[in-house]
Design a binder for this molecule. Structure first.
Ligand code: XMP
Length: 519
């Protein structure tokens, strides 16, 4: 599906920083449409007239080598306002004749404080007496380029903010996009509204109507099929498309038997009864369990579940005639990650399961209405489509489901034990108002038994592992610090209510080095 290009946008050139996505989010949060583009793709643009501002991201490369990444020279001469961040600042300095040095003395990592040298539009309402910013750089600009002036310094680097007001070109050595930079959003506000003079136009609710119209114009009277999982992405996709084409949308829910307790049947009811969607529930739990018998290797499990899912979905789809489109809940981060600046995909740590293999095999066109949005934007869209809160704010759940949370052998009994434990954990989080503070929480079952004592008897039962992490996008994560009273009570609640568990442990590793899921 081709989306109409927004007229006014800010382009963020991704030089490979870990936090480029955050720049796009900050700009969008301020009501301005932004897109991330690679240095390679910006060379392919034929016209620049809808670019109202350019932000050059940070990145691991250095301009001190002979060959370095840049953007077409003419973009520096077009009068388009430019803000360079970290590597972006160094690139600006290089292009305009400054000097940059890799330097042990000037490198800064972590917190730094700014010292004001000149007033600037970029730093209006930002620079305070002791302004904290977040640094992460080895190279530093050591000589100002011609016609630039310094706006602020830090203790270790003199040229921390520089500007050429006439050309509207600005550079900052620190990272205003990260939350550790105090009031960093003000830098973007000033750049967008005082320097680029862009108007606030982007808001998710206005996008809803556009999306619905575009789906209608693309699909016309054809049929669309969608795998509905009950997660927020596929649910929002289904509601959006349903608004556009109603009964021509067919939703299929494949119950692998590896979902959380009651989740699938409840979701089915919500979509069938409340939203009146054309939805079919296919119960395949026995089939999945059979195929997974005695399979303990994580990747094998993932492959079996993924392939079987596609097979079942395909078989169901064949029961309908003339389907032309497959709808998927692809999000903007998925798109960015598959075309990172270095061209290298984020290394495949685990084979993620989705229905991406389908269109080729089934000759379907892809419909991906959420591919411009971040998860939190999808949730705003979900809200405005009336999606129930229990689905709209649900934690992410992996495609292979509990299959990768039951370490070792997967049996019907173990699935049941885990479903009960997870149900208690999640409900307690909701009751204690902790659920929304956590990116993702779940219970897992370890493949070892340990000894316990309950009443007067000795027990020899399973270990339940609890995991709860905070994260922005699942790429990095921190374990959640529970209040002591919560952690004190949760193991008793689980052990007292779930037969088969006599020990509960809490996972305190971050990502990296661990991953969010265990397999
Ligand atoms: P990891 O375990 O790689 O997880 O740190 C990061 C995020 O991705 C989710 N995840 C998956 N999602 N299919 C999915 O749709 C998968 O196979 C899959 N594996 C992991 C995980 O739950 C977390 O949110």
């Amino acid at each position: 599906m081709q989306f109409q290009n927004e007229k006014e946008k800010v382009l963020i050139v991704d030089f490979g920083s870990q936090v480029t996505k955050l720049i796009a989010r900050r700009v969008r949060e301020l009501g301005v449409f932004s897109e991330i583009i690679t240095p390679k793709n910006i060379r392919k643009l034929k016209k620049y007239n809808n670019i109202k501002g350019l932000i050059l991201s940070g990145g691991p490369s250095t301009v001190t080598k002979k060959k370095f990444q840049s953007i077409p020279d003419e973009l520096f001469k077009k009068g388009i306002p430019i803000l360079g961040i970290c590597y972006g600042l160094q690139l600006i300095a290089k292009v305009f004749g400054g000097s940059i040095k890799p330097s042990k003395k000037n490198r800064e990592f972590g917190r730094a404080f700014l010292i004001k040298k000149n007033t600037s539009l970029l730093t209006k309402n930002f620079l305070k007496t002791k302004q904290t910013v977040w640094m992460s750089h080895e190279d530093a600009v050591v000589k100002l380029p011609k016609n630039f002036r310094v706006v602020a310094s830090s203790k270790d680097s003199k040229l921390t903010i520089i500007e050429n007001e006439n050309k509207k070109i600005y550079g900052v050595q620190f990272h205003p996009e990260v939350t550790h930079t105090e009031n960093g959003k003000q830098i973007f506000k000033n750049f967008l509204f005082l320097i680029c003079k862009i108007k606030k136009k982007w808001n998710i609710n206005s996008q809803k109507t556009r999306l619905i119209n575009e789906i209608r114009n693309t699909v016309k009277t054809e049929k669309v099929i969608c795998a509905l999982s009950g997660g927020v992405d596929s649910s929002v996709v289904a509601l959006l498309i349903n608004k556009a084409i109603k009964r021509n949308l067919i939703c299929i829910m494949v119950d692998t038997g590896l979902m959380r307790k009651n989740e699938f049947k409840d979701t089915y009811k919500i979509f069938k009864k409340r939203y009146n969607l054309n939805v079919k529930l296919v119960d395949c739990s026995k089939l999945f369990l059979n195929k997974l018998k005695n399979i303990t290797h994580p990747e094998k499990k993932r492959k079996i579940i993924g392939n079987l899912f596609i097979k079942v979905f395909e078989k169901e789809a064949k029961k309908y005639n003339n389907i032309k489109f497959l709808a998927q809940g692809t999000l903007y981060p998925d798109i960015i990650e598959s075309r990172s600046s270095s061209g290298s995909k984020t290394s495949k740590i685990k084979s993620h399961h989705n229905v991406g293999g389908l269109p080729n095999k089934m000759n379907l066109k892809l419909l991906e209405p959420l591919k411009e949005f971040f998860k939190d934007e999808v949730r705003i869209l979900g809200n405005s489509l009336g999606l129930v809160k229990s689905i709209n704010y649900k934690h992410p759940f992996p495609g292979p489901g509990l299959g990768i949370r039951i370490i070792g052998n997967i049996t019907k009994e173990r699935v049941k034990i885990l479903q009960e434990a997870d149900f208690i954990f999640i409900n307690e989080l909701i009751k204690k108002n902790l659920y929304k503070k956590i990116w993702q929480a779940y219970a897992a079952l370890l493949p070892i038994k340990t000894v316990g004592v309950m009443g007067d008897s000795r027990t020899y039962e399973n270990i339940c592992l609890l995991r709860a992490v905070t994260s922005e996008d699942g790429m990095t994560a921190d374990y959640f610090s529970f209040p002591k009273n919560f952690i004190d009570s949760i193991s008793n609640k689980i052990i007292n209510n779930v037969k088969g568990i006599n020990r509960v442990v809490y996972d305190i590793t971050s990502k990296p080095p661990s991953t969010v899921e265990l397999e």
